[in-house]
Design a protein. Structure first.
Lengths: 109, 109
DNA sequence: GCCCATACCTAGACTGTCTACAAGGAGCGA
DNA sequence: TCGCTCCTTGTAGACAGTCTAGGTATGGGC
């Protein structure tokens, strides 16, 4: 599992889906966006990111399309599907449930 | 990784250390305690719990001692060491940092 | 005698993340 | 033109924590 210093295991899918909720993005931008939104706390390694994207695409939660990036190059843009949106809701609820439960254990005198 | 439905990956050590902060407990009781404190949300499987305890003991964060349980049987009681206490602080801080970062990403319109 | 709750343990599979590497194009300064 | 940096995608292999599924043993209640 490497070192769980950059990410909490099992939350990457959630983070990716969430960043795609507003607009389609290409892989590289997704990593940057997560990093930026988390104020540089979360770092998504490429070796984690790309396999995750392929995983999500295979599940039918996101869909890829080649297009031109902001810098004028070809990039693979991923967009949330309907199934992806419902998956996002599910994962968000689960995260809230579990993190709240952990805080119950951790956060008491 | 099985299914991350019962636990958030990488948080079990933290949960165990925290439950041992107040008083030494034996393995079986630790699992029950976590389950109870989290209001039945977190379920610690024995196949996760015992390897984790051995791992923590090997790191010098907890220390085992055989004693009699509440039900009058022999049980292995684990107590937090000094190193374990500082590790608990470290892991707590890390959890707060990371979960806050995730919430920054997830919890915005 | 039998089952259930307590209490410990392990082997093997699963899987997500990490490190490290590979590859290529665009822009830019020297 | 050479080399550097940034963008952009990707793979292979190692690593490690959790799960499933099994095992052993004791004591109490029926």
């Amino acid at each position: 599992m490497g070192k769980p210093s950059d990410l909490v295991q099992g939350t990457l899918d959630l983070l990716i889906l969430k960043t795609l909720l507003l607009e389609p993005l290409h892989g590289w931008a997704i990593g940057k966006r997560i990093q930026q939104l988390s104020r540089e706390v979360l770092q998504v390694q490429q070796g984690s990111l790309y396999p995750a994207l392929h995983r999500l695409e295979q599940q039918g939660w996101i869909k890829a399309k080649w297009a031109e990036s902001e810098t004028g190059r070809q990039a693979k843009f991923y967009a949330l599907t309907a199934a992806g949106r419902s998956q996002l809701e599910k994962e968000t609820a689960n995260w809230n449930r579990l993190s709240a439960a952990i805080n119950l254990v951790v956060g008491e005198a």
